[in-house]
Design a protein around this ligand. Sequence first.
Ligand code: GLN
Length: 402
Amino acid sequence: MTAGASGPAMRISGRAQTFTESVIRDMTRLALRHGAVNLAQGFPDFACPTELKEAAKAAIDADVNQYAITWGAADFRAAIAAKIGRTYPGWTVDPDTEICVTCGSTEAMIAAMLALVDPGEEVVFFEPFYENYGPDSILSGAVPRLVRLHGPDWSIDPAELRAACSDRTRAIVVNTPHNPTGKVFSADELALIAELCQRHDILVFTDEIYEHIHYLGPGGHIPPATVPGLEDRTVTVNALSKTYAVTGWRVGWTVAPAPYTEAIRKVHDFLTVGAAAPLQAAGVAAMGLPPEYYAGLAQEYRVRRDLLCGALENTGFALRPPDGAYYVMCDTTDLDPAGDDVAFARRLVSELGVAAVPGSSFYADPADGRHIVRFGFPKRLETLRAATDRLRLLERTRAAHP
Ligand code: GLN
């Protein structure tokens, strides 16, 4: 049936009009179209641990095919709580009342916002930000207040953070280790956040998906939930995705005090009902991996980081190697004096065959990211070498047009 003059007006909601599609995910589609090495969207191109695959296959063979409990299979929640307790002694989580298993950390974050923020309440984000947080706040009706992370070390100006927080603030969104900058929030910064949260009765929503991917050594990552004053006001968001190289499985969770968890569970139930049951069984195996797995993970990522950062610097990008996560923000001033990050990133994909994310997608004002592109390095060394070989062509371009 065709819609004629009297057909339905193709109207979409005001909410859906206020944000664009994800630039990160769009770059992946562009990379596929050009056969480019995808250093844009952050997902691994290497295998996940065998233990997870075996457990997932065993669960499917055992016909674990029906809904798990909507807020997560009991054994998976118990395993998450036990792993948290082993990793951060002193942090005790009740798996019966303080965990909600979700479809990835993406759902975890938006479910937390929908459950705990009322329309019109302010939510503080650090900028540059992971692009999901913008639409998350629009969908939950929150009013974003941005606080700048200042390069090159992406530090917080305490006065700016203080000025952004007030009795209108409902939550501060922390992401540590941080996407896209690689910043790892320090004890002092978290203490300041705790002070402000207590003064103004603010919650912390913390995305810790890169918890085990940092280059600071043991104790380098501090979960806000373990910071004095934040224990009872923190919603921690995490997932299997990055730590175990299974971004497509979509298994994540929230950890929060029981009353908050109860609300998150309700929202989650009506958003998605639940995460894939056999993959939650594999999550139990993931939580049981020994400490050496995490030490090895960080070490392997350090090698990838050093390879990519060194090659990018040789090519003419200016950068500060990240302390955590698996992205590096690069200044393109020498390579792209015009400062058009989107055109530059498109050229990288179509002419050189390497995808990166234009910096503007991490800023409210696109002009702030015009001299930046983000490369990700959750890749095999051969993939990174293929990318850096291609990027070397930029050196020649630069030599030809100094
Ligand atoms: N965190 C990933 C990135 O920044 C993307 C995750 C996703 O696309 N859901 O590239």
